[in-house]
Ligand binder design. Structure first.
Ligand code: GLN
Length: 489
């Protein structure tokens, strides 16, 4: 029965559409796999089996009626707990939102529901998506299915681990500085960070509003391609969502990469990168070449500024976004007769140490007298970083690079060293600062058996090209089909 839970999105849709499997059996299998393995892995903050099965039954009934059927009818997915889903709690991994039930559903989720998907539950995340390991979740740390002493990456670690462990065919994540791509790499799954503005942010609990994107984690590029067009596109409820047309992504002709120009940026192959990571990424680039792509060096000269720029802009925006959590409107309140004291006590008790650090850094960077020196300066350098990509994309169609300098690190490995944690993000932050899409997918394993990921970055709105290239790679290789061995409880 739980074998059904191991189906990829594409295989599940074929089975559902030709009547081999029912949505109830599929949802039931996922719920059974969650029941069996989640106590050890801790991917989920909330699961509502009754609600999931009711949605599955409704999907099966709809299919029995026949006629024009929505394309994802009956497909179970999981949702990162920073996206609002009506009927389920939304905590963003924070105590300050304990007990909060949003009265509406995020557009990205609602569109997938309209396309027929059903929601299994909400996945764990670093508090307010601030982190690279899920260790900043106020509730618990998710474990990497490949080695439960290791982090799954973050902040969408619950989603990545759940997909890798075959608890769900796919999951939504968010990527502000790498939070879809890095956990995808650490868990050996495929993860898309779309172009900024491509997917509505309505119903997403905001972190860094000029950087936040909603993405997908699944087994392979074809699975991501099956879901992505159904959640993308302009939304009147998000004024920053782009009106660029969304078309179905057809990967059938993806055997050859002839004509594709792949750029390899020297700035992403730096000292300190784990040798196995570099070797696997270079081998994957060779594979792209063997499939017909033309590989050439490119330069993104301002890459070294991405880390300091991001860690000014993201906390600055976070400090403004998180001002709304004051004990009045949502979740936790620490009572005090003095309203100012109530704000302070609530925020002091409700926010964890990393969130408090970011609010302080961000408030400082935005304060009078420092604004120009920090925030203003960071914005200017951000423009240079974005310009690097535009220049490079005059010569190449995609840029290939490692996702992270290392494979999954041990839980507690970065201890109390926030800088060491921030350094995990060096290769993912630039795409967010530039707003370009990025796709992470597995390209090998390190000597400890931990997955290694590569990312392809592309021009704005050219997600389909990334998916095409990755799909061609995945048809020629089998890294994305490896399954972690889970302990039987
Ligand atoms: N690790 C980065 C941070 O902590 C990115 C997080 C994200 O993409 N949400 O800000």
């Amino acid at each position: 029965m739980t074998e059904l839970a191991a189906l990829s999105v594409s295989a599940a849709l074929i089975g559902l559409n030709n009547g081999d499997i029912s949505s109830r059996d599929l949802a039931h299998a996922c719920l059974a796999a969650i029941l069996e393995h989640d106590p050890a892995l801790r991917c989920f903050l909330a699961v509502d089996p009754q609600h999931a099965l009711a949605q599955a039954d409704a999907a099966d009934a709809r299919r029995a009626r026949g006629g024009d059927l929505p394309p994802l009818l009956g497909l179970p997915i999981a949702v990162k707990d920073v996206l609002a889903v009506e009927g389920l709690p939304a905590t963003a991994g924070s105590r300050i939102l304990a007990g909060f039930q949003p009265p509406y559903t995020a557009t990205a989720v609602r569109r997938l529901q309209q396309a027929g998907a059903i929601i299994l539950g909400k996945t764990n995340t670093d508090e307010f998506a601030m982190g690279s390991s899920t260790e900043n979740s106020a509730y618990f740390t998710t474990r990497n299915p490949w080695n439960t002493e290791r982090v799954p990456g973050g902040s969408s670690g619950g989603s990545a681990a759940a997909v890798a462990a075959r608890l769900t065919p796919a999951a939504l994540g968010t990527d502000t500085g790498g939070s879809v791509r890095q956990p995808a790499a650490f868990c050996g799954v495929t993860g898309l960070k779309p172009t900024y503005g491509r997917v509505s942010r309505y119903g997403l609990i905001a972190y860094g509003s000029s950087l936040d994107t909603v993405g997908i984690l699944a087994r392979g590029a074809e699975d991501v391609a099956a879901l992505f067009p159904h959640m993308a596109g302009h939304d009147p409820l998000d004024s920053t969502s782009a009106s660029h047309p969304v078309t179905p992504i057809d990967l059938t002709a993806a055997e050859s990469l002839a004509g594709l120009r792949v750029g390899v940026p020297e700035e992403y192959f730096i000292a300190g990168i784990q040798p196995a990571v570099e070797a696997a990424v270079r081998a994957a680039i060779d594979q792209l070449q063997a499939l017909g792509a033309e590989v050439r060096p490119v330069s993104l000269p301002h890459t070294k500024y991405a880390l300091p720029v991001y860690y000014l802009i993201a906390p600055a925006e976070a400090s403004a976004n998180l001002a709304r959590f004051d004990g009045v409107r949502y979740g936790l309140r620490v009572e005090n007769e003095d309203v100012i004291e109530m704000f302070k006590d609530t925020r002091g008790a409700g926010f964890g140490p990393e969130v408090i650090r970011r609010i302080m850094l961000g408030t400082y960077a935005l304060s009078a007298g420092y604004y120009d020196a920090y925030y203003g300066q960071a914005q200017k350098v951000r423009t240079l970083i974005a310009q690097d990509f535009l220049t490079a994309f005059e010569q190449v169609d995609v840029i290939a690079a490692p996702v992270a300098p290392t494979t999954a690190f041990p839980i507690g490995g970065h201890g109390d060293d926030p800088l060491a944690m921030y350094l995990e993000d060096v290769f993912t932050l630039p795409a967010n600062l530039a707003g370009v899409p990025g796709l992470a997918f597995p390209v090998g394993f390190d000597p400890d058996g931990l997955p290694i990921g590569m990312q392809l970055m592309g021009r704005h709105f050219e997600e389909a090209i990334l998916l095409h290239a990755a799909h061609a790679y995945q048809q020629a290789t089998d890294w994305h089909t490896h399954v972690p061995t889970l302990a039987t409880p």
